[in-house]
Design a binder for this molecule. Structure first.
Ligand code: ADP
Ligand code: MG
Length: 313
């Protein structure tokens, strides 16, 4: 019971952003190499996520919408050792409770796919349909049955902005997946899906031209040359063990690394850190991104040295 409560606390669907995040995570878990996301009105009226992943077996499609159907977590201690994205078995159940959802899904060894319509958590219709292998989730009328939560959503533009911002980060991290985001019929993100991090970054932020690669024991990534005038706080993006985080420790390492060669503002630093999961404290609540390192000085030194090696040469 306790585990379920602890997990459920982080599973509240607060806004369209949470839905988009969960659907994309499922598409990634399904081994997709292409993920297309379409949103309308900041995701309030429609969110559509199409992937070319494994698909869901037709017999199991309704099960996917039940709570803890997957049962991937058995012990509380497992929460500290989670590396895969899908572990809670709750997202689809939570989403279907507050929206109208239509799923199209087909596995490779099935000739026809399945189309399932649900509303407020119950099945409206289920039928066979011709389609490519993969899954499309269409979520409409978010919070149609919970007016209180509907009221707390921001403007369409504000909801769209946070979604775009999140997908930019996911697309950088999963550079081997081609992402496309269409906001009100306009393509706003299109990454190549080649696995090349630098070209992925530049497809998202075309102005980030002169980036240099850094490597340390824990860190690798791309930073702006101190000679370049490019400077942007939004260009500081950190991932620790695959999770997008904010961290004052990492920021310290950057400041020390650039030293007196730091220019006004903030250098672009897109950094990936891999550390022993037992040496970090990640709040399991998905909306809290601040991370704490057990060995802060080691992290600062590693980033400092990695930056100094490239900007002093
Ligand atoms: P979780 O991802 O934690 O298992 P979800 O509620 O997000 O829980 O999804 C339930 C299940 O539905 C997943 O475990 C997976 O088997 C299936 N599923 C959901 N989305 C997809 C998808 N895009 N492709 C393949 N399977 C999916
Ligand atoms: Mg999931």
């Amino acid at each position: 019971e306790f585990i379920a409560d602890k997990i459920a606390a982080g599973e509240v669907i607060e806004r369209p952003l949470s839905i988009v995040k969960e659907l994309i995570e499922n598409s990634i878990d399904a081994g997709s190499s292409q993920i297309v996301i379409e949103i309308k009105n900041g995701g309030k009226s429609c969110i559509r996520v199409t992937d070319n992943g494994s698909g869901i077996v037709s017999d199991e499609i309704e099960l996917a919408f039940e709570r803890h159907a997957t049962g991937k977590i058995s012990k509380l201690s497992d929460l500290d050792h989670i590396n895969t994205l899908g572990f809670r078995g709750e997202a689809l159940a939570s989403i279907t409770a507050i929206s109208r959802i239509t799923v199209y899904s087909k596995t490779a060894d099935s000739e026809l796919g399945t189309k399932l319509k649900m509303q407020g958590g119950t099945t409206v219709s289920i039928e066979k349909t011709g389609m490519n292998t993969g899954t499309t989730m269409v979520v409409e009328d978010v919070f149609y049955n919970t007016p209180a939560r509907r009221k707390f959503m921001k403007s369409d533009a504000a909801e769209a902005t946070v979604i775009i911002d999140m997908i930019q980060k996911i697309a950088i991290y999963y550079s081997h997946i081609a992402f496309r985001l269409i906001n009100n019929k306009q393509t706003v993100i299109a990454t190549p899906g080649t696995g090349d991090i630098l070209t992925t970054i530049q497809s998202i932020y075309p102005s980030y031209r002169q980036l240099i690669e850094i490597h340390g024991d824990y860190v690798h990534g791309f930073i702006s040359d101190p000679g370049s005038t490019k400077s942007n706080k939004r260009g500081q993006i950190f991932f620790v063990n695959g999770r997008y985080v904010s961290s004052s420790t990492i920021e310290n390492g950057i400041v020390k690394g650039y030293g007196d060669r730091i220019f006004s503002g903030h250098p672009i630093c897109i950094l990936f850190l891999e550390v022993n999961p037992e040496t970090i404290d990640v709040n399991i609540h998905p909306n809290k991104k601040e991370i704490k390192f057990l060995h802060e000085e080691d992290i600062v030194k590693d980033i400092e040295n990695a930056i100094k090696r490239v900007i002093n040469s």
